[in-house]
Design a protein around this ligand. Structure first.
Ligand code: CP
Length: 309
């Protein structure tokens, strides 16, 4: 693994090794027992799209491994004067950075930068377009594993909401299948479902309603309604969306009593999820955030090891 751009070509063994490494790094991820495995390494966060969780947790992950961190500010950078993304990467490489964390609106930008990077550099996608958000997929799997154990084949998982535009849903579906999940249910209005032939959702069932998707479910993965797409007229109104697809406590009661609820954030409270669910006893949303630091530490360590080994 020289770069981490998506999850579809990670073997089950490689994926589980990353989850094991992240689990072992939990104490350091929470700020205890500092580690210095990346001492002398420079990590550059290149975010061309807004982020709270991913950017902050990559920064903390790098720092808690002893690395130096550059938080590149796209808005005040020379990309505003026309400098290309590849030239930007090469200039930051020339200052000694060797691990690049890239978020961009356009799918495939992390892959293009990986292709242009020096042999000793690693690139991690921090989310590109609708394509992929691999570390979110990994942290979601770690969170499920902590609550439901390592045998994913006996679980039922529902992914609910704006699946069409969601890179998180794509990375989650890929990882769930790799880990052996057999019962993946997709629940969304027709306008927000993925294309029927998308490989990453192969084998999933499209539920006729949210109620149908939730029946005896073990894991409910809610997605953000990407309101920046609302002018495309994909949803008639936020009120109707909540009525038909919002997760309320009454609806959640159709899942198993010990079902867990995930959401990658940022949440639209009262649109895709009720406050009482987001902040309720079945929510593991903040555990996902904590796991994000550990997962990103494991990924940065693995990439550095593969480049220096
Ligand atoms: N889950 C996620 O990617 O959140 P941010 O956009 O805040 O990074």
């Amino acid at each position: 693994m020289r770069h981490l751009l998506h999850l579809h070509d990670l073997s089950r063994n490689a994926l589980e090794n990353l989850l094991d490494a992240a689990q072992a790094l939990r104490p350091q991820a929470l700020g205890r027992n500092a580690k210095a495995s990346l001492h002398g390494v420079t990590v550059a966060n290149l975010f061309f799209e807004p982020s709270t969780r991913t950017r902050t947790s990559f920064q903390l992950a790098a720092q808690r491994l002893g690395a130096d961190v550059i938080n590149f500010e796209a808005e005040s950078s020379s990309t505003r004067k026309g400098e290309t993304l590849v030239d930007t990467l090469r200039n930051i490489e020339a200052m000694g950075a060797s691990l690049f964390v890239v978020r961009h609106t356009h799918s495939s930008v992390p892959a293009a930068l990986a292709a242009a990077a020096a042999a000793g550099s690693g690139v991690v996608s921090a989310g590109d377009g609708r394509h992929s958000h691999p570390t979110q997929g990994l942290l979601d799997m770690l969170t499920i594993r902590q609550h439901k154990g390592e045998d994913f084949s006996r679980l039922s998982v529902a992914i609910v909401g704006d699946i069409r535009h969601s890179r998180v849903a794509r990375s989650d579906a890929q990882a769930l299948r790799t880990l052996g999940l057999r019962d993946l249910r997709l629940a969304a209005p027709d306008t927000l479902l993925p294309d029927a032939d998308e490989a990453c959702f192969a084998g999933a069932t499209v539920a006729s309603s949210l109620d149908a998707a939730l029946q005896n479910c073990d894991v409910v993965m809610m997605l953000r309604l990407q309101r920046e797409r609302m002018d495309e007229g994909l949803v008639s109104s936020l009120e109707e969306y909540y009525r038909d697809w919002g997760l309320s406590p009454e609806r959640l009661a159709q899942a198993k009593p010990d079902a867990i609820v995930l959401h990658p954030g940022p949440m639209n409270r009262g649109v895709e999820i009720a406050d009482a669910v987001a902040d309720g006893p079945q929510s593991v949303i903040l555990e996902q955030v904590s796991n994000g630091v550990a997962v990103r530490m494991a990924v940065l360590e693995a990439l550095h090891r593969n480049h220096s080994g």
